[in-house]
Design a protein around this ligand. Structure first.
Ligand code: ZN
Ligand code: ZN
Ligand code: ZN
Length: 247
């Protein structure tokens, strides 16, 4: 829902620490002036303005929940500037929901105004973007199948409650593992902090970053707690966080 969450009186939603301001989860990978975004959240336009994104080469989607796709229409300015359709990579299931949700963009009727121009790519195995290999990493988000992605030394897995053993094999020897850690209270579709820490202990990445964080977790306090519990290499991610990734 983002933090602050609408109409919430809690102390995290009213925190003065900018790290407690959380737009919906998304990451951008850049290489040699080219950029790929994973998920177009309802905050996509704001995030792209904030990060001064003046070019976008592809969109990759993890799953079709509203908080991951509803900013999709805002790829139009990139269509116009770049004079090209946007490549969109996702599972067949995710593309089916995208087509239903943004039916006007996939209609055969002539559009009176601009609509997103896209070229769809069904992910059914590793693919290449930014000149590097993208390994899809299947996971389970409650009953829903979702995709995480490993790119070089980094893996991004938002929104999941379980990583099957086959996928864990794809997550060895990582520099940076970015994973779902919603809150402490159990949730049927997301990991808790304790479950996320157990996964970090199992996969032993050099660093781990928690994402998809609800308003239950104050940024600084939670980071201090992780340090106290001996997880020096684990931190809550935050809006605007940026680091180099080994290709
Ligand atoms: Zn709140
Ligand atoms: Zn989701
Ligand atoms: Zn989500």
């Amino acid at each position: 829902m983002g933090v602050p969450s609408l109409a919430c009186p809690c102390r995290v939603c009213h925190s003065s620490d900018p790290h407690d301001n959380r737009t919906r989860p998304s990451v951008l990978l850049s290489r040699d002036g080219h950029r790929v975004v994973i998920d177009t959240t309802p905050d996509f336009r704001f995030q792209a303005l904030r990060e001064k994104i003046d070019r976008l080469d592809a969109v990759v989607l993890t799953h079709p929940h509203a908080d991951h796709i509803l900013g999709f229409d805002d790829i139009r300015p990139f269509n116009l500037r770049q004079k090209s359709a946007m490549p969109v990579y996702a599972s067949a299931e995710t593309l089916a929901v995208l087509k239903r949700t943004f039916a006007y963009a996939f209609s055969d009727e002539p559009a009176v105004s601009t609509v997103p121009q896209v070229v769809l790519h069904v992910i059914d195995g590793p693919f290449e973007l930014l000149g590097v290999r993208w390994q899809p990493v299947p996971a389970e988000h409650g009953e829903m199948k979702v995709l995480g992605f490993r790119v070089g030394g980094m893996a991004y897995l938002t929104d999941f409650s379980r990583v099957p053993p086959q996928s864990k094999l794809m997550l060895q020897e990582l520099d940076d593992l970015i994973i779902d850690a919603l809150r402490d209270e159990p949730h049927p579709m997301h990991q808790t902090v304790a479950q996320a820490l157990a996964l970090v202990s199992e996969l032993r990445p050099r660093r781990a970053w928690f994402t998809h964080i609800a308003h239950d977790l104050p940024h600084q306090e939670t980071n201090e707690r992780l340090q106290r519990e001996g997880y020096e290499n684990v931190h809550l991610a935050y809006d605007g966080l940026s680091f180099e990734v080994r290709a």
